[in-house]
Design a protein around this ligand. Structure first.
Ligand code: GAR
Length: 208
């Protein structure tokens, strides 16, 4: 079983999708050992507790620097002895120390079709507002391995979702979650945990 930690910061709908997929047997060979939140009041923590998963908080706001936050988070991940780290709506940027230690073992879900609408500060609703402002007709979701460059890692899975003419950022966000993120994030975890992913340079090869 691949010992897996899910990192969250907010509502945790992606975490819920992972929990559900595991219950339905759609994720195999994966043990969710902990959910770690960067914010103490995150609803994702309630979802984890309800599912009987250990929770902990590494409170971003309590650390004087990003570096000290990352050091504490790395220690926590090492203590838990996890192999795979899943960023499911986790907002702080992971620094080099963690990415190096967990090379090709950190998976992130991003709410656009990378490499479009990603990069520093492009998180959550902001991404969808940019999509609407740009007038693009198709957006979507991406699951990728995390590298030192923000939102630039090898892409595992993507799903395109239509933008509707009268969308607000919130409506578009919800559609992309439902049709995109909640589908491809659990699938990517399953592929990883069954040993089906191979990284070759910028590309992820899926051995199915
Ligand atoms: C999701 O849409 C996720 O893709 C996005 O935040 C939302 C979290 O929702 N993540 C980012 O923007 C990070 N780049 P959730 O807490 O309900 O899963």
């Amino acid at each position: 079983m691949v010992r897996t930690a899910v990192l969250v910061s907010g509502g945790g709908t992606n975490l819920q999708a992972i929990i559900a997929a595991q219950l339905f047997g759609e994720i195999q060979n994966c043990k969710l050992v902990a959910v770690i939140s960067s914010t103490p009041g995150a609803y994702a923590l309630d979802r984890a507790r309800a599912a009987g998963i250990e929770t902990s908080v590494v409170d971003f706001s309590m650390f004087p620097t990003k570096r000290t936050f990352n050091t504490a988070l790395l220690e926590k991940l090492k203590d838990l002895d996890v192999e795979l780290v899943v960023l499911a709506g986790f907002m702080p940027v992971l620094q080099r120390s963690i990415v190096k230690e967990f090379e090709n073992r950190v998976i992130n879900v991003h709410p656009s079709l990378m490499p479009a609408f990603c990069g520093p500060g492009r998180i959550g609703l902001r991404v969808h507002q940019m999509v609407l402002d740009q007038g693009v007709k198709v957006s979507g979701a991406t699951v990728h391995f995390v590298t030192e460059e923000i939102a630039d890692g090898p892409i595992i899975l993507q799903k395109a979702v239509d933008v509707q003419q009268d969308d607000t950022a919130k409506i578009l966000q919800r559609r992309i979650m439902e049709l995109g993120e909640w589908d491809i994030l659990p699938r990517a975890i399953d592929l990883y945990c069954r040993g089906k992913l191979r990284v070759e340079g910028r590309k992820v090869i899926i051995d199915e």
